[in-house]
Design a protein around this ligand. Sequence first.
Ligand SMILES: Nc1ncnc2c1ncn2[C@@H]1O[C@H](COP(=O)(O)OP(=O)(O)O)[C@@H](O)[C@H]1O
Ligand SMILES: [Mg+2]
Length: 368
Amino acid sequence: MADISIREVRKSYGNDEVVHGVNLEIESGEFVVILGPSGCGKSTLLRMIAGLEDISSGEIAIADKVVNALEPRERGCAMVFQNYALYPHMSVADNIGYALKVAGMPKAERAEKVRQVASSVGLEEFLDRRPGALSGGQRQRVAMARAIIREPQVFLFDEPLSNLDAKLRVQMRHEIRRIHNRVRATSVFVTHDQHEGMTLADRMVIMNKGTIDQVGTPEQVYNAPATAYVAGFIGSPAMNFLGGQLSARHGAVMLENGAMLPVDARLAQAMDGQLVQIGVRPEALTLCQPGTGSLTATFEFYEELGSEGLHHLKIEDVPFSVLSETKMRLEEGTEIGVIIPQEALHIFGAETGRRIDTAGTARIGVMA
Ligand SMILES: Nc1ncnc2c1ncn2[C@@H]1O[C@H](COP(=O)(O)OP(=O)(O)O)[C@@H](O)[C@H]1O
Ligand SMILES: [Mg+2]
């Protein structure tokens, strides 16, 4: 187990900088998920930790030792990819034990080690099979076992579950978390899937075009997103956004359609006139009679989600959704009220996109 320090790390391909001075501290034994959409630089960052990609500037240290100049094999990292790259002509046992064989470990000792590791990932019945005779999830476990057996200081995962079907993906992420709880190796897991990130992470790192927008626990990132970008990326169905302006006189945000949403008086005072973006999560809202709520919307369409209904509305021309157990299938164009509790408001600077807290200061979030 080792801690990882990433300091002012940049990466350019030619003239194109794709990672812009990233700082991140990962603690020993921690499971950190790097989350962001395709192309934001997740794999590049992970590959720089592994040593598979040069760093253009900055420093990476593993267990307090700067590794910039070290070869991948000298860094004590094991990488688990989306493509498992198992040897098809070898048994599961030989696949798992390959690194130990190369390292010259005697056969009996090796077999015992393989058996132990295989049992920790639930593969003991499959040791004699070839990878071709395994399911996708079982192959993924072989890939995990092959990494675990090397007893790496650090596990690096690059979207290892992306090739699996939805059900298996959920099952495997639980399994990865269980394995982590047992092995407690420092782990960095890259994904574009927020659900995967939320379930696996001790802490999440939300990336946005080569920079980090926020680092925090899944709860922190969901409850207090540091930027409008994070707010829109985390949470499903996605957060609603409305434009407005803080007004000291009203102690509220005045929306573009004239509706008033009360906010903390000190905030309205401190930032009177500030243009803002209001974010509210669909699950924090309640439908009501038109004219009785925080604002009035028109009904667009209803989406059945089983235990709940997703109500698609429009406020002026802005789409707006309300998730609730009370299901209302109304005619398109019907007026309906929406109650927005004050504590459900997330307020972001219209220009900066940064969260504005009650002290009236823009908060960048927990940055290293
Ligand atoms: N070998 C490369 N040469 C040039 N550009 C690259 C290379 N690898 C990645 N990129 C670019 O760097 C950016 C980040 O890529 P990547 O780290 O793979 O993103 P992610 O893993 O988040 O999808 C993208 O714009 C991608 O096109
Ligand atoms: Mg990638």
